[in-house]
Design a binder for this molecule. Structure first.
Ligand SMILES: Cc1cc2nc3c(=O)[nH]c(=O)nc-3n(C[C@H](O)[C@H](O)[C@H](O)COP(=O)(O)OP(=O)(O)OC[C@H]3O[C@@H](n4cnc5c(N)ncnc54)[C@H](O)[C@@H]3O)c2cc1C
Length: 235
């Protein structure tokens, strides 16, 4: 998957982050960092910020949440997508069945990931101040708003990246039924046909053999259309 973290910024100018197509702005400058070997790489993207999304991401309640929401028109958010699975420090997650048949999810937070997240928090904060932000706050339960880059960087260095503290999410679940020609690695062939049962095809995000490094929806639409058309012709 792509673990995701965010950084928020307040601007004097009104941004209206709930209008337009803000996700059309991104940067791959830090995406391919495997040669670095100590920190995971990440893609930078600008998220749309709808009221419900912002209230959830900010957390809190009462007067604190009210104040955050009042400032929403002047609020900007950057996020990063981390491309896991390409380094032994980010092996990805697992899904196993427990004894009672329930799915058990696990996703290790390694130092390769958390060091990359610290780097990403610094990058996002730096970009936001360079763009004229008057204050920034990282997506972390214990983070305050900071009005200078040096203050913000000091806080990023100090705050622990731990579960329940840093706000880490992912909307891009990929893999599980990898497609490919290598039968020892891939449970489906390169057109999504399941190898171990007759007449079962899989056309969804589980076919990805690795995480993607980009938002996956268009790729899923693309291969699903291609494979479904071919299957229909065969049938
Ligand atoms: C908040 C959010 C924002 C996102 N933003 C973007 C974006 O901007 N760009 C982008 O490219 N991607 C985005 N994604 C990711 C994208 O939506 C997913 O990668 C994509 O939808 C996955 O497609 P899929 O077909 O694999 O699974 P899904 O779209 O999850 O489809 C699975 C379907 O199976 C159904 N289902 C589940 N269990 C059963 C069952 N037992 N019986 C019958 N049906 C069942 C579900 O109801 C669902 O309709 C976002 C995801 C989220 C959650």
């Amino acid at each position: 998957m792509h673990p995701v973290i965010n950084s928020y910024a307040q601007f004097k100018e009104q941004i209206d982050p709930y209008y337009g197509a803000p996700q059309s702005i991104y940067s791959d400058h830090f995406t391919w960092r495997e040669e670095n070997q100590t920190q995971i790489g990440y893609k930078l993207e600008v998220l749309p910020l709808l009221p419900g999304t912002y209230a959830t991401l900010q957390g809190g309640h009462g007067a604190v949440l009210h104040e955050s929401m009042t400032k929403l028109p002047n609020t900007h958010v950057l996020m990063v997508l981390m491309r896991d699975g390409f380094h032994e420090g980010s092996p990805g997650g697992s899904v196993e069945l427990s004894e009672n048949g329930r799915a058990v999810l696990d996703y290790p937070l390694t130092s390769y990931l958390t060091d990359g997240m610290k780097h990403a928090f610094e990058t996002m904060t730096e970009i936001q101040f360079a763009a004229g932000a008057v204050a920034t706050r990282i997506g972390h339960r214990d983070s305050a708003w900071h009005s200078s880059l040096s203050e913000a960087k000091e806080a990023i260095g100090r705050l622990p990246i731990e579960l329940g503290k840093a706000s880490i999410s992912s909307a891009h679940v990929m893999g599980g039924c990898a497609m490919g020609e290598d039968e020892t690695q891939c449970v489906t062939d390169s057109e999504g046909r399941f190898r171990h049962l007759e007449n079962v095809s899989i056309f969804d995000g589980s076919l990805f053999p690795t995480s993607l490094g980009a938002n996956p929806q268009l790729s899923i639409f693309g291969f699903s259309r291609k494979f479904a058309t071919r299957l229909a012709e065969d049938l």
